[in-house]
Design a protein. Structure first.
Length: 476
């Protein structure tokens, strides 16, 4: 789980994040290509410089043959043979001069004499002691680091030229006895131009590689990003549905608990309410007219409570499988209208009912549907202004029995419609915030459909659709 959560942090979720990811990937690609180009550049440069060193070393060995033939009757030391062969090799094009060193690396002589004496570098000494030539390219070497004096030095302007220093071991052919070392100072303009061509080609290749690789990278990442976006949207949708399912399951569990408590509570309230209604109905007739009105209001309230208790017990009895009766749609509509008559009179709202066609419902279905319709009508009555009208209509549409509750309230704000049938805070004074949620659960229990069909500033319409499979044809 932790690995998945950590990986999820690196998945881009917006186009801006994806663009930044592409830039980072291209940056890494560019750094990789430049690093590889730098490595190849240094390797090839070293090989070019070493190529000239190997060629000069071979030329020096070849010159030894000529030196030996010219002096075949003269006894010469290894140092003299090496010195002469190196001097003969200095006639090659571009050689500015030679520095000579003993076998231990100490300076011994120069050719011509105007060459500035310099110590032998440790890397060059190590190479010649292993009988290998050593080369070192200097991009801009000042002339006063090569020559002791030149006429141009008097002007104070020291010219800088590219040079190649090639140090070779001096020894006789076919022997491994080191006599010394010779360091050739070669004018390096040709090598500098070759290096420039190499750099141009490497930059060209790096640019082509970056463009092609970058295009392939973007082409591969774009489908991956689109797929990741689809997966993110799908996961978000599944999470939202799962949350709604959890809310509905929690509500169902609460409704089940409320049902058990309601059965016990209604059974306990039935007899006390009946006694209370009988007591209030015998109100004291000798009291004033105002007191008699209070007695009448108390009688109305107690009878309404008794009716609610009896209706709840009827629904609970139907759920327990006790004998049932049947109701037609007009009878159900009139029953629902009468149950909300007191609330309508209190709010001074008219309640109407119209039915098209007819079918018969079992008491179980009718009682559960009436709970939904009563709640919708009461909500409409509370929302409608005084003098307004709340209508209940029933009609058949194909294999559906449709009940519509229309009010003249202000409608629902847009942000409430998505969570209309989920438990929440009520917008009405004294409301519990679960009326519509319970109505939705009851509709689902009946395999019915409850929706907000219309909502505007002139009112809203709720639609309850029952399948005709729960209805019976009155002609049979």
């Amino acid at each position: 789980m932790n690995y998945t959560e950590n990986l999820d942090k690196f998945i881009p979720r917006t186009r801006r994040a994806f663009g930044l990811g592409i830039l980072v990937a291209l940056g890494v690609l560019a750094v990789s290509i430049l690093s590889g180009m730098g490595f190849v550049r240094e390797l090839v440069r070293k090989q070019i410089a070493q190529r000239d060193a190997e060629a000069l070393y071979a030329t020096t060995l070849m010159e030894q043959l000529d030196v030996t033939e010219l002096n075949e009757f003269e006894i010469r030391t290894d140092e003299q043979i090496g010195f002469d062969s190196a001097v003969r090799a200095s006639r090659l094009r571009g050689v500015l001069g030679i520095r000579f060193f003993n076998k231990d690396g100490s300076f011994s002589d120069t050719f011509p004499a105007t060459i500035l004496p310099m110590p032998l570098e440790p890397a060059a000494l190590e190479s010649v002691q292993a009988f290998k030539p050593h080369s070192r390219f200097i991009r801009k070497a000042p002339m006063d680091s090569i020559f002791i004096y030149l006429p141009s030095f008097a002007t104070g302007k020291i010219l800088r030229v590219p040079t190649l220093q090639v140090t070779i071991p001096l020894h006789q052919r076919d022997t491994e006895k080191l006599a010394g070392a010779a360091q050739f100072i070669i004018e390096g303009q040709s090598i500098a131009e070759e290096f420039a061509r190499l750099d141009y080609r490497l930059i060209q290749m790096a640019a082509i590689t970056f463009v092609v690789s970058g295009m392939l990278l973007v082409m591969m990442l774009c489908p991956i990003f689109r797929r990741a976006q689809k997966l993110n949207r799908k996961v978000a949708s599944h999470s939202e549905r799962l949350q709604r399912a959890n809310d509905e399951l929690a509500l169902t569990a609460r409704i089940s608990a409320v049902g058990a408590i309601s059965a016990h509570l209604m059974h306990g309230l039935k007899n006390p309410l009946s006694s209370l209604s009988q007591f209030v109905s015998r109100g004291d007739l000798s009291t004033s007219e105002a007191d008699q009105q209070d007695w009448q209001d108390a009688l109305t309230a107690s009878r309404r409570m008794q009716t609610l208790v009896e209706h709840t017990l009827e629904v609970l009895c139907d759920q327990r499988g006790q004998p049932t009766y049947e109701l037609t749609v007009p009878e159900l509509g009139e029953d629902v209208r009468q149950r909300v008559a007191a609330a309508a009179a209190r709010c001074k709202v008219n309640v109407t009912f119209e039915a098209e066609g007819s079918c018969i419902l079992s008491s179980r279905t009718a009682n559960l549907a009436s709970l939904v319709l009563v709640n919708l009508l009461e909500n409409g009555i509370e929302a409608s202004p005084a003098g307004g009208t709340v209508s209940l209509s029933a009609s058949r549409k194909g294999d559906q029995l449709c009940f519509r509750v229309r009010d003249e309230g202000p409608g629902f704000p847009d942000h409430q419609r998505e969570h209309l049938f989920l438990p929440g805070k009520s917008t009405r004074e004294g409301g519990s915030g679960i009326g519509l949620a319970i109505s939705k659960q009851i509709a689902d229990y009946l395999d019915a459909k409850l929706d907000l069909e219309e909502s505007s500033s002139q009112g809203c319409v709720f639609l309850l659709e029952l399948s005709m499979s729960v209805c019976m044809d009155p002609s049979k």
